[in-house]
Design a protein around this ligand. Sequence first.
Ligand code: SF4
Length: 414
Amino acid sequence: MNASDSERIAAIFEQYGCSSVSDWKEADVVIMNTCSIKQSAEDRVVGKARAMSQYKEYNPDLKVVITGCMAPRGDAVAKATGVDVVITIKDLAMLPQKLGMQKPTSDELAQNYFSIAPKYSSPFQVYIPIMTGCDNFCTFCVVPFTRGREYSRPMIDILNEVEIALRNGAREITLLGQNVNSYEFGFVELLKKINALPGDFWVRFVSSNPQDMSTELIDTIATSEKLCNYIHFAVQAGNNRILKRMNRRHTIAQYLALYDRMKEKMPDVGISTDIIVGFPSETDEEFQDTVRLMEQVKYDMAYISKYSARTNTPAWRMKDDVSIDEKKRREEVLTTILKRTAKENAESLVGQTRKVLVEKIGHRGQLVGKDASYRTVSITNTVDESLIGQFVFVTITKSNGLGVDGELVTEFGI
Ligand code: SF4
């Protein structure tokens, strides 16, 4: 979501005749697009913003701006960091004027955040926000306070942006929102309309919450050619009492029923999740429920974090009574399970031929891409960089940890 916001920031400043530079010390305006998901992320922003503000001694014209998740705490953030402007993402279109920049003559200036035509950082992988904010108020989470309440973008605007991206060569569209399943104007209908657009492309989305996941959505993914068989399905904990304290509105039984439906309709579905270990009062016995869940679901990827209290969230008022050493131990236990199950899942693909979107040259010097299940595929028998941004077919030869190696068999679309 933040990457997509940054594309919109770049686009609006381009309308004012600005361009980006690689070293912030050469910039006239530095915009820090912040994430508040962890306290450590916020601490890093405060440190960097202070250093940038102090740099004005050498460049008195420098303006430093904070936007993103920290922005709703405006004055407090400005005071802590010394930056010039703190502005929320939804007010972004007004930022150049707030900085005193001369309005360009173009009458096509965006009036609000969603109407900004973004400057995509990749020509073939495009991120399109469909909604922002969240009404769920999980007790550990700052998003409802930083991003605000849910706001859905009109379907016609989303479809227009998708069509423009496809005309410009997009091969993969990722629909973004904190809670895409609760898209106000019908998420399933939106997916069906995008799937019906002509062209060879994939559609992904993130994030989904179990309480809003419907069997209709699962069946639509399973039967729609362009919707990828990959679901990020955040569980957070494997124990119902902890889920309740987190204000998650699903039980493990409901989660597993949806998981069973996904596997039944899409045997090759890739599933990832978010898990917090050491939530206040989580006993070892309750943690063992998360261990059992991980063993049962066999995730392809899990983003496991040690609980850390976020100021002013409901969980902040709970006693953070699991020691840091115990949180680390629990994190290691789950990471070990993840590595094993992801490897086993990857090994089960050996011999299969998968469609892959080639993304880049990886750190081993090989072409790297993703299959529809969001598994990373390294291609070992060619380094033809012209394939980047193209769909190819790859026969899987072995697992390489969380991903797989494979050999190019057929190219198409080029
Ligand atoms: S659903 Fe996600 S974004 Fe919304 S409050 Fe819960 S964790 Fe935060």
